[in-house]
Design a protein around this ligand. Structure first.
Ligand code: ZN
Length: 195
């Protein structure tokens, strides 16, 4: 595990335990151990390393640590080009910081870092695990079945219930998030909703 990834975990832990909106959703895991995941470069690696915006006083340490750790992370894509299109594939990726298959292993809950470029439409999708989005930097418009849409800013959070379809659009700004999953279906991938 690289020093930059260790540092990222440390500042994510600091953010998480200091904010009861996060720690009430899921206590930060205590039982983690580093795995041997190799860095995996994807289109968002370079984009995250060059992240242009600041966050809030509370999120800036994580934003800076993501820039520094971008080339050490094992970046992933949950969808196929057929499902989401070429532009989405080229400007969105995520990595699992901690969780069942993360850089740091735990089955208590799951923490992702996720990047989206500006002007992307993340269509309706769902998953069994409950989910809390934490906006680190940038902004996006969030949609969820049965709820009003909301334009979220750095420091804002958004809860998605088990199997609640949700969607997201980035407008002028890109988006950098910390996403927490808890409960059943923890090791699953999200699925695009049937249309
Ligand atoms: Zn989700």
């Amino acid at each position: 595990m690289t020093p930059a990834m260790m540092h990222l975990l440390d500042v994510v832990r600091e953010l998480h335990v200091a904010d009861t909106r996060l720690s009430d959703f899921a206590p930060f895991p205590q039982d983690m151990h580093p795995d041997t995941l190799r860095p995996c470069e994807k289109p968002a690696t370079k984009l995250a390393a060059q992240w242009p915006l600041s966050g809030t006083q509370a999120t800036d340490a994580v934003v800076n640590a993501i820039r520094d750790a971008a080339y050490d992370a094992h970046w992933l894509q949950a969808y196929t080009e057929e499902e989401v299109g070429t532009d989405f594939i080229n400007r969105h990726n995520y990595f699992e910081l901690y969780g069942p298959s993360g850089a740091f292993r735990t089955n208590a809950c799951r923490g992702y870092i996720s990047y989206w470029g500006a002007g992307l439409n993340y269509g309706w999708h769902q998953h069994m695990a409950e989910e809390l989005y934490v906006i680190l930097s940038g902004e996006a418009e969030f949609f969820a079945q049965g709820e009003k849409s909301a334009q979220l800013q750095p420091g804002d959070i958004r809860l998605h219930l088990s199997n609640q379809p949700h969607a997201m659009i980035t407008h002028e700004q890109p988006l950098l998030t910390y996403i927490i999953w808890r409960g059943e279906g923890l090791a699953d991938l999200p699925r695009m909703s049937a249309s």
